[in-house]
Design a protein around this ligand. Structure first.
Ligand SMILES: C[S@@+](CC[C@H](N)C(=O)[O-])C[C@H]1O[C@@H](n2cnc3c(N)ncnc32)[C@H](O)[C@@H]1O
Length: 279
């Protein structure tokens, strides 16, 4: 038993040390263009697993209400921000590094008549343009996997949340070990510098000063979601993607997603849900 847990922690160190040479410019470049559009086609306006249902679930777990000011870190098109404001009556500020995403988020929020409660800022999650203690809750959904330094992001979240406030997020995670080639293929396809593990996130949260209330492994349902996205790509979206973006992009998406479905089925990749309290 001791031997196997020792092996596991050694594996974790290997996972934690590895990084792809991905920069924020690579990620924003992709979201400025057709990759961003493709993700919206595949997942909808809320670009995370589970859509509105998941947003509602996380909001309930975090106990959101109309007195809260939420910071949505890597907010994308602002779909979750609008849902939180509409249903829970809270104020939400969305932060995202891609101008096209922020512009779209602002436009869609104005159209929805939610401009009083929801605002957006262009900026980097690693250098949040907010004063200490500005928010009740730092929020994130399936986006921090793009961020090159998760520990620094969590430290920034800790700084901008008030004492007693929360951090609540889901993210794509590395769930098992794999050969270098597969690791590189999976992360490059998604433009992820690396993924955290569940234990890795717990450690990052605790090292920062958060008290972890929940660290849930959602890797099993994640595999089912990946298969659904693959089915949608192959059926509903094949024609439109090929027509609008070319057969090459369709083939790349098909191949990349096939690798993710396989890795998710083998529990090498997955997803986690985390809630922690400051102080
Ligand atoms: C999957 S999408 C949006 C997910 C969004 N949370 C949602 O549920 O709709 C990921 C977003 O993260 C943003 N992003 C990636 N790295 C970032 C960073 N370092 N700082 C701010 N935004 C970042 C991208 O611009 C993109 O809009």
């Amino acid at each position: 038993m001791t031997g196997s847990s020792g092996e596991r922690s050694a594996e974790r160190e290997i996972v934690r040390g590895k990084r792809l040479d991905v920069t924020i410019a690579d990620v924003t470049g992709a979201y400025e263009g057709r990759i961003g559009a493709l993700w919206e086609m595949l997942m909808g306006e809320q670009i995370h697993v589970g859509g509105e249902k998941e947003t509602d679930f996380l909001a309930k777990l975090a106990g959101l209400n109309g007195n809260h000011h939420v910071l949505d870190v890597c907010c994308g098109l602002g779909g979750p921000a609008r849902q939180l404001a509409r249903i829970y009556g809270c104020r939400v500020t969305g932060l995202d590094a891609t101008k096209r995403m922020v512009d779209e988020a602002v436009l869609r929020t104005e159209r929805a008549g939610l401009g009083e409660l929801v605002a957006f800022r262009l900026g980097n999650a690693l250098d949040m343009p907010f004063q200490a203690g500005s928010f009740d809750l730092a929020w994130g959904q399936d986006a921090w996997c793009y961020v090159t330094d998760k520990a620094r992001l969590v430290r920034e979240a800790y700084r901008v949340v008030r004492p007693g406030g929360l951090i609540a997020f889901t993210d794509w995670i590395q769930a098992g070990t794999m050969a270098d080639m597969e690791w590189t293929a999976l992360n490059s396809f998604m433009i992820f510098p690396y993924m955290e593990t569940i234990d890795g996130y717990v450690r990052v949260l605790e090292d920062t000063g958060f008290r972890v209330l929940m660290a849930e492994d959602l890797s099993e349902p994640f595999a089912g979601h990946c298969r659904l996205y693959q089915h949608k790509l192959r059926t509903e979206l094949k024609g439109v993607i090929t027509r609008e973006y070319g057969a090459g992009l369709y083939r790349a998406a098909e191949e990349g997603l096939r690798g993710w479905v396989r890795a998710a089925d083998e529990r090498k990749v997955g997803r986690g849900r985390f809630i922690a309290r400051k102080g």
